[in-house]
Design a protein around this ligand. Sequence first.
Ligand code: ADE
Ligand code: ZN
Length: 350
Amino acid sequence: MSSSLFSVPEIAPERLPDLLRSMPKAELHIHIEGSLEPELIFALAQRNGVVLPYASVEALRSAYAFSNLQSFLDIYYAGASVLMQEQDFYDMAYAYFVKAAQDKVLHTELFFDPQTHTARGVSMDTVVKGLHRACVAAQAELGVSASLIMCFLRHLSEEDAFETLEQALPYRDLIIGIGLDSGEVGNPPEKFARVFARCRALGFHLVAHAGEEGPPAYVWTALDLLKVERVDHGVQSSKDSALMQRLAKDRIALTVCPLSNLKLCVFPDLASHNLRQLLDAGLAATVNSDDPAYFGGYINDNFTQTFAATGLTAQHAYELGRNSFDASFIDASAKRLYIDQLKQAFEGFR
Ligand code: ADE
Ligand code: ZN
């Protein structure tokens, strides 16, 4: 186990929330459009003259009752329709970075969905420049390092993904990786095998949502056909013991999002979540917020609520923190520095 060289101190359960909130961590699964709080949606709608089909912030928030992934995506794409100008993308990302800094996120890798915006006439230039400018400000003003992962929408065609990749190439140096998101069932990874092969040849890091609602077979094809380095969600993997062994053996990280899984009815309650099973089977699971404005919490809410519901321990907290840095796309020396800070935080709790 990765923590074998560090002896994690015993920490009383009542002190765990403080430890979880103050421990350094990386966030590797956050859709930046999913960080748009209703207040900001309304402010941007007013700034851009967009008419929303909701009378108030409260009315919008009360529509956040989801039965599955698709019921959420319909509202999420409508919310993103207020983003028009470079400054809107900057403001959205910067608001997330402020929350991330409060949650002791030292490094984050943001997903963004350009097709949601280019389909409305907003250019790739507007999207990427606004987000990148916010990443630069996050490092300078908040001490949060941040990079961008461009996702293809899997309910759209492979051809559309190829076109999106072409549009992104002028910004190649501002994007570290490629992901795959949106409605999973019926849109298996193999639909995007060729465009992922092209992205791989271009030197992008590769990740994909798989095994959120979809079957373990989608996790296998994400690994074997798309050749992803991390699996986003992946919680359905526990239904396939050979897959669990493969994920553990190859230390493929799963970016798990417990409150998302709860709100999208992947698990009936947090106590039934399989995060503990994944960790105890030796998988490199991490904790993340997915779409925090929609699912009732940022990364520390995910940590504290899941630990309270499932009885995870300080040892698990250390593993989750360590996995988050190990699975990130930062260089080895930066990883070592962050993991040293994580160890110091645990030592301080002795
Ligand atoms: N886009 C934003 N959130 C998502 C999720 N949880 N699954 C798939 N696509 C998404
Ligand atoms: Zn996601």
